[in-house]
Design a protein around this ligand. Structure first.
Ligand SMILES: [Zn+2]
Length: 465
């Protein structure tokens, strides 16, 4: 059978058998370092996420942050998790961040997990997005200026986290939190955006806690699968519910840095949502769930780490025919006509087909117990529900993050593609994708995960496992 995903990066560590008494491997322990840097733009910028905004940002409601956790296992295998209170990771930003991670810190791409909270209260981070949205190019220059500062701060952040590494223990626990609601509402003939209390959700809140040798809580990583859109299209910068959750946890644990890892929330919205109070309350609910998770004894993770990454090639469906595109180009609807003109320019000949989209799929194993899968894009909740079910092993938790490493496209499941609606179909015009993905998108991604998990576990997973 043809393997649809191209393996570009793969490192697997399978040496833990050496870590037995008398093996000469020394004391087996984690080294951990955390750091946090303010990344709020210092000048007005065009904000990302809502097309309804008619002007630039007007100061900050809550500061935005980048946070880092750098873990080394007992054999000095390293993983850096960097979380950003931003909406997306376009290719340009990903390349810059991975560039400095490699050049200045010796981190290969599979050793870096970049994740964005998907706040709709942050800046646009590429001039291309500004242009694609038909906004004055002056704001594209501002976006590029901002990104230069951002990259330099992340560079410093990584340096700080690495320099501050010290002996630590790493534990996993989890809890539940209920404000995420499915947002695909059946209309009889299709689906529209709206709260759907009967749709699938994932209310799991996975928590990783990092404690220093003196027992001090140094770091927390918390996950949740829900759009970070509790607050509406205000023009003040903010990190939305995830920003409030991180702030609450760091306030209650002043020596800790709390990193929010966005899950498969592509089709999930907070409920309630729209006002500042909604964002604050949802943030408090999430922080409370994290505390609830930590109130139980964590699963202690041995200092053994592996990480791998593939660029999973996702095919597009056929482009619309030229007559349809020309009609759209003349439609007078800004997004629709700009998008159609772009397709006609990029793929001018009948039969032209866009190249596959490369979605990063990363698998991290911690302590031979915790499997952390980080998917690119905005995956819908079907991915976390399916992968957690299929990868389940007794006593070995599975954590599925989305919004990682390259984030500029919805990632629908087969079901969501077939149903139609916003995610993966109507939204392509806002994300500068030529057209929806082909119908096998879910199988390609699941196969990539399965292949990497099999390699990490040292066993072959059968399709039904
Ligand atoms: Zn989104």
């Amino acid at each position: 059978m043809l393997i649809p995903c191209r393996v570009v990066l793969l490192t697997i560590v399978s040496w833990w058998m050496c870590l037995v008494p008398g093996s000469g491997a020394g004391v087996a322990e984690w080294k951990a370092g955390v750091a946090k840097a303010r990344i709020t733009p210092d000048e007005p910028v065009w904000m990302a996420g809502y097309a309804s905004r008619s002007g630039p940002s007007e100061g900050a409601l809550v500061d935005l942050y980048a946070r880092a956790l750098v873990l080394n296992d007992a054999r000095d295998r390293r993983l850096a998790i960097v979380t950003l209170d931003l909406i997306e990771i376009p290719d340009s930003l990903r390349d810059l961040l991975l560039g400095i991670a490699m050049k200045n810190h010796g981190l290969r791409p599979e050793q870096v997990l970049l994740n964005v909270s998907h706040t709709h209260g942050g800046p646009m981070v590429s001039a291309k997005t500004v242009a694609d949205w038909g906004i004055d190019p002056v704001w594209g220059d501002r976006a590029d200026n901002y990104v230069r500062t951002l990259v330099s701060r992340v560079d410093q952040l990584l340096g700080e986290a690495i320099a501050g590494q010290r002996s630590a223990t790493v534990g996993y626990s989890h809890a539940r939190c209920g404000f995420a609601m499915n947002r695909r509402l059946p209309t009889g003939g299709g689906f529209r955006l709206g709260p759907n209390p009967d749709g699938p959700v994932d209310h799991d809140v996975p928590v990783l806690r990092i404690d220093g040798a003196n027992g001090t809580l140094m770091g927390l990583v918390l996950g949740y699968a829900c759009h970070n859109t509790a607050l509406g299209d205000t023009r003040q910068l903010h990190g939305d519910y995830a920003g409030f959750a991180q702030r609450k946890l760091e306030g209650d644990h002043p020596e800790a840095v709390a990193l929010f890892l966005m899950g498969c929330g592509g089709d999930q919205d907070p409920a309630p949502r729209r006002n500042l109070q909604d964002a604050e309350q949802n943030g408090l609910a999430l922080a409370s769930a994290v505390e609830a998770g930590m109130s139980a004894a964590p699963l202690n993770l041995e200092p053994v780490l592996s990480s791998s990454q593939e660029q999973c090639a996702l095919a597009f469906s056929a482009l619309p025919d030229r007559g349809e595109l020309q009609a759209r180009a003349q439609s007078g609807d800004g997004f629709v006509s700009r998008h159609a003109r772009w397709i006609l320019q990029q793929w001018p000949n009948p039969g032209d087909q866009p190249a596959d989209y490369l979605l990063p799929v990363q698998v991290v194993m911690l302590g031979q117990r915790l499997t952390l899968v980080a998917l690119g894009g905005e995956p819908v909740v079907d991915y976390s529900l399916r992968l957690k079910r299929e990868l389940a092993r007794e006593g070995s938790p599975v954590w599925i993050a989305g919004y990682s490493n390259r984030v500029n496209a919805y990632v629908p499941s087969r079901r969501v593609l077939q149903e139609g609606g916003y995610e993966g179909t109507e939204a392509v015009i806002y994300q500068s994708l030529p057209c929806p993905f082909a119908g096998d998108v879910e199988e390609r991604i699941v196969e990539s995960v399965r292949r990497q998990v099999s390699a990490a576990w040292g066993t072959v997973l059968s399709p039904s496992q």
